[in-house]
Design a binder for this molecule. Structure first.
Ligand SMILES: *Cc1c(COP(=O)(O)O)cnc(C)c1O
Length: 424
């Protein structure tokens, strides 16, 4: 099997003789056929082919195939955002009256989606401490629980997920483990190798890497046996009346989950990325392995510097010896975690704001995980909607600064931090 650097460059689009070497942008909503009957077969999912870009587009499919290959999955799909990917990943197997379990240390947007918006759809969630024991995790499960969800490296608390523990608990309860692998990327961790069944991404972050395009992806390992838990997943294992009675597991085997998500959720909810954005994402993916190495190398230097500064009260970076998640990171992220560091400035919220406003190279942006160094104050930005209790559960203290180390020269990044700390 090819190595990850090769896959970043070579997987996905495979031109045939005489075709464009570089992935073409099929900026077309629709595709032409010469017979009525053939088009009909496409609509019945009896034949595969393109007919409408909301359902499938060659540019998007090539990029989804690359991401699936990077993660070691059997099938993948792109979505218009990471939020759409997180939503589809659950909604594909949950309906009103169902329940799922989720790590409490997750991205603020996902926390709202799961804890507020999906509750309005009648899908209930229980948030659990990702560091809880097997037994504590077990107690969150109910007969109507359909999935377990967590983030490889939580944004922004940087909690490293014990994926094997989560997979063990999920499988004991007959449900799939879904892992958001946005921060680690498949360059640094492939959750499927540790037992995850479904992987989701906000490709907006490192995968795109240049802050050009919002996007998301879902990859299926093909490993979860839906038929063995048919009572829980009738949407996959019994006839779908909205597609002439197709049974996804029967017809599509290991690709059942992704086919259903495309054929029903994308058809009905329509969160597709534009082919232009998929093209840009693909360019980002080509250098993902290179960039991740530089992000991690720079972040390690910045974390060391912060750790030695008397103006800093704490530093969270799983690559630092003594970090709460150092051991888990050694196991799951041996080549480095990501470029994001969380830390607290002495003097709390007031000094945190003063520090941020004094930075010159690092820009205050909502975004995280791209080539340029950036900084954010979650308590007043991304996690603004949470109350103090929810903030604490998500591991977000009022002084927490989320610092996303870019791929500039580490000395310049550290110089910028030094001059800003000198102002407080
Ligand atoms: C940003 C992010 C999301 C949401 O993705 P968008 O592309 O912004 O919709 C989901 N999960 C994680 C871990 C993220 O960092």
């Amino acid at each position: 099997m090819r190595k990850i650097d090769t896959k970043c460059v070579q997987s996905g689009y495979q031109p045939k003789n005489g075709e464009a070497r570089i992935l073409p942008i099929y900026q077309s909503t629709t595709f032409k056929y010469s017979s009525t009957e053939q088009m009909g077969r496409l609509f019945d999912l009896e034949e595969s082919g393109y007919f409408y870009t909301r359902l499938a587009n060659p540019t998007n499919d090539a990029v989804a195939a690359k991401i699936a290959d990077l993660e070691g999955g059997v099938a993948g799909m792109l979505t218009s955002s990471g939020q759409a990917a997180c939503f589809y990943s659950i909604f594909n197997i949950c309906e009103a009256g169902d329940h799922f379990v989720c790590s409490s240390s997750i991205y603020g947007g996902t926390f709202n989606l799961f804890g507020v918006t999906m509750k309005k759809l009648g899908i209930d969630v229980t948030f659990v401490d990702p560091d809880a024991s097997d037994e504590e995790l077990d107690s969150a499960f109910r007969p109507n629980t359909k999935a377990l969800f967590g983030e490889t490296i939580a944004n922004p608390a940087l909690v490293v997920l014990d994926i094997e523990k989560f997979a063990r608990v999920a499988h004991r309860h007959g449900v799939p483990l879904i892992v958001d692998n946005t921060f680690a990327t498949p360059v640094n961790c492939r959750p499927i190798e540790w037992g995850a069944d479904i992987v989701v991404h906000s490709t907006t972050k490192y995968m795109d890497g240049h802050a050009t395009s919002v996007g998301g992806a879902i990859v299926d390992s093909g490993n979860f046996d839906w038929d063995a838990h048919s009572d829980k997943f009738p949407g996959l294992t019994t006839p779908d009346e909205s597609y002439h009675g197709v049974v996804y597991t029967e017809r599509f085997g290991k690709a059942a989950y992704i086919t259903k998500a495309t054929a029903t959720l994308m058809r009905d909810l329509g969160s597709i990325p534009s082919p232009q954005n998929a093209f840009l994402l693909n360019l980002g993916l080509e250098t993902l392995a290179l960039r991740m190495r530089k992000h991690c190398e720079n972040a390690a230097k910045v974390a060391e510097y912060l750790n030695g500064s008397d103006k800093i009260s704490w530093v969270s970076f799983s690559g630092l010896k003594g970090d709460k998640y150092y051991e888990l990171a050694q196991k799951y992220l041996p080549c480095g975690s990501c470029g994001v560091i969380s830390f607290g400035v002495k003097g709390g919220r007031e000094n945190a704001v003063k520090f941020m406003d004094s930075l010159k190279l690092a820009a205050i942006v909502t975004h995280v995980a791209d080539a340029r160094t950036s900084v954010l104050h979650p308590a007043s930005h991304t996690h603004r909607q949470m109350n103090d209790e929810e903030l604490a559960a998500a591991g977000v203290t009022p002084d927490l600064i989320r610092f996303s180390v870019g791929i500039e020269d580490a000395d310049d990044i550290i110089d910028d931090i030094r001059q800003a700390l000198d102002k407080i």
